[in-house]
Design a protein around this ligand. Sequence first.
Ligand code: PEP
Length: 249
Amino acid sequence: MRTYFIAGNWKMHKTASEAVALASELVKELKDGPHKYMIAPSFTALDAVSKVVKGTNILLGAQNMSTDESGAHTGEVSVLQLKDLGVQVVILGHSERRHTYKEDDAMINRKVKLALSHGLEVILCVGELLEEREAGKAEKVCEDQTRLGLAGVSAADLKKITIAYEPVWAIGTGKTATPEDADAIHAFIRKIIADMYGKAAADEIVIQYGGSMKAENAQALLAKENIDGGLIGGAALKADTFKPIALCK
Ligand code: PEP
């Protein structure tokens, strides 16, 4: 059986007490789960959820972090502050950060390198807009975001990187890429990693799919050779909808 990396991105949902309730349920439900798990609550719930998942098989993730370690950056959260709360993984380059908050590849790359330098694992999100897909540019967009996001990352540090392929048109829309279309882009990203780091690294890297993954489509997506897990938004907000994905065989 393959081991997948199943991660939940809770976005700007849940108060601290609601987040603790869901995390507590997941700790119970997934304690014998066969896969690697992560949940990423809002910054405001990290401290409380950290206490719930400590010592369990669920990693604590953050949804973003600053490009800087400390300083005059009103409203930002630093890698040191995340580490202090027990955060182990950080999601970087999510499409909502790229497109709503205008984070560019250079900024995302700074964050990636800073997170790695402090020993955090990184989920680097890449993915094309609908108009880019329709213009036949999906591969080019994913290639650029992968190469620029990983610029200057050593082969040793690549082991701490997961790539999440998230076609922007499939996020929160209910539209999922077909397993075949998703697998084709995953295979293409693996080829880029092989070009950058060699075949062994490309075979090893975990590439998650994200974009309206749910119980009904997870099995078919995860059955594909190049899909090694999922980054899940909407369906991660309830134990009842996250658990069937998290326990997929
Ligand atoms: C996401 O935000 O990373 C995501 C994939 O969301 P959803 O599952 O809701 O499409």
